[in-house]
Design a protein around this ligand. Structure first.
Ligand code: GTP
Ligand code: MG
Length: 301
């Protein structure tokens, strides 16, 4: 039997550049939530693609960002940096035609890294004049030597095969590291909580989403074959609770029904979903509270 290849591919880039969308497209399943808002992903999440002879383990990471001094913000940047250190290959994502201070911060964190880095230029579908892409790519390749460059559109699925071809070449010979039918390392309750957070994130304005997290509190079979799921939305302040609940409970109701539909589609099972909003003061800046809510805290800051 010929030798198989397998390895970890860290996907890094500033918030909103398209990391999670790309991983979902490559894995062929929604392993990580995506929204139009920056700082959607908050955990290291694995998305696994197993082919006949290659297993690609994509590591989704929180977007590396500038500013924000809370424990939560430090944790997000540290999680992304740790994932790079442990990877066999790094995909460095930059959005077509857009270079920001946060991209410079990402580049800074890749400095001195010996792991092969591939530059992925995302969202090419948004660029009208494709001729502008070449000089942009040339400029980026000068900022850092890279193993390969692939411009893609994850939402349209363009050029993903070229990227996969590069990865097949780059990953080391190794036995498979996960069972062939696994698509993620995360359990069902984590994925359910994330889907609820995605719907909340979409519904809330501006700053508020960052001070919110979701926890599945109960999950029981019902007599009619459905599941009864109860989830807590944790907020950091009393004033946030009113916003999440909305006028006469309108927002919670709307988020609840959107989340229920998405969860039913994901689980292939009927669901009775109950959402609660509770206050845990200052949780986003309290490392112990973060840990108790399932955030992986880095050892060193
Ligand atoms: N037009 C277009 N939009 C895209 C593409 N890829 C991602 N997006 C959109 O960009 C937004 C952010 O995508 P995400 O995948 O959540 O970005 P991310 O890098 O994971 O963001 P964080 O988790 O916040 O760091 C979403 O609205 C996506 O639909 C693409 O190829 N083309
Ligand atoms: Mg993400």
């Amino acid at each position: 039997m010929s030798q198989t290849r397998a390895g970890f591919i860290a996907v890094v880039g500033r918030p909103n550049v398209g990391k999670s969308t790309l991983i979902n497209a490559l894995v062929g399943a929604r392993v990580s939530i995506t929204t139009p808002k920056p700082q959607t992903t908050r955990h290291r999440i694995l998305g696994i693609r197993t082919e006949e002879a290659v297993q690609m383990i994509f590591v989704d990471t929180p977007g590396i960002h500038v500013g924000g001094k809370s424990a939560m913000n430090r944790m997000l940047n540290q999680t992304a940096t740790d994932s790079v250190r442990d990877a066999d290959c790094v995909l460095w994502l930059v959005q077509s035609g857009r270079w920001t201070d946060e991209d410079a911060e990402v580049l800074e964190r890749l400095r001195g890294l010996r792991t092969p880095v591939g530059l992925i230029v995302t969202k090419v579908d948004l660029v009208k004049a494709k001729t502008e892409l070449m000089p942009f790519i040339a400029e980026l390749s000068q900022r850092r030597p890279v193993e390969f460059v692939v411009p893609i559109s994850a939402t349209r699925g363009s050029n993903l095969e070229s990227l996969l071809e590069e990865l097949r070449r780059t990953l080391p010979e190794s036995p498979f590291l996960y069972e062939t039918d696994r698509v993620t390392d995360r359990g069902e309750h984590f994925r359910m909580a994330e889907i609820i957070r995605e719907k909340l994130f979409m519904s809330l304005e501006q700053e508020l989403p960052y001070a919110i997290t979701v926890e599945i509190e109960a999950d029981e079979p019902m007599d009619d074959g459905r599941r009864h799921v109860s989830a807590v939305i944790w907020v950091a302040r009393d004033s946030h609770k009113g916003i999440v609940i909305g006028k006469k409970g309108a927002r919670l109701k709307q988020v609840g029904s959107e989340a229920r539909r998405a969860l039913q589609a994901e689980l292939g099972q009927g669901l009775h979903l109950q959402l609660w909003c509770r206050v845990k003061r200052g949780w986003a800046d309290d490392e112990r509270a973060l840990a108790s809510l399932g955030y992986d805290l880095p050892d060193a800051q």
